[in-house]
Design a binder for this molecule. Structure first.
Ligand SMILES: [Zn+2]
Length: 149
């Protein structure tokens, strides 16, 4: 069963891997930090939040100081969608912000199957418009909103 965790991430409870919800590719072991399977862009925060005052004239210009703040952007290596962005200090390791009890998740997923419920993709919209081009490598997958009812 594929259980939605965030807008961009889900877990396949049978294979115990993280998957990208945009392209359905595997991102790595679900018992480890999903960020291990993503590309990281270590960005200067001033590119993301440009100074509002002339930095040559003012030391404090409403932009984060790159000596104290970095923005780590995490991308799916298969489809390039940005999965997560993290504000951190320079040189810090990626935050392990989603550590799930996979055994408990599998038990709960099995219970949902027993009750005839379907947790797959829940009601969250797929964020990438390319999804609508109609590819799916996911057998037994339900159709999304194509007005088939
Ligand atoms: Zn992807």
């Amino acid at each position: 069963m594929k259980v939605v965790i965030t807008e961009y991430l889900r877990i396949d409870t049978e294979s115990e891997v993280w998957e990208c919800r945009c392209c359905s590719n595997a991102l790595g072991n679900a018992r480890e930090n999903y960020k291990h399977g993503l590309l990281v862009h270590d960005r200067n925060p001033r590119e993301v939040h440009p100074p509002k005052l002339d930095p040559d004239r003012y030391e404090y210009n409403f932009a984060p100081d790159p000596e104290w703040c970095r923005i780590l952007e995490y991308y799916c290596p298969h489809c390039g969608v940005m999965v997560e962005a993290e504000y951190t200090v320079p040189g810090a390791k990626p935050l392990h912000d989603l550590e799930l009890d996979i055994d408990s998740l599998k038990r709960r997923a099995a219970e949902f199957v027993a009750e005839g419920e379907d947790m797959q993709d829940a009601s969250l919209p797929i964020p990438d418009p390319r999804e609508h081009l109609g590819h799916s490598h996911d057998h037994g997958h339900h159709h999304h909103g194509k007005g088939a009812h």
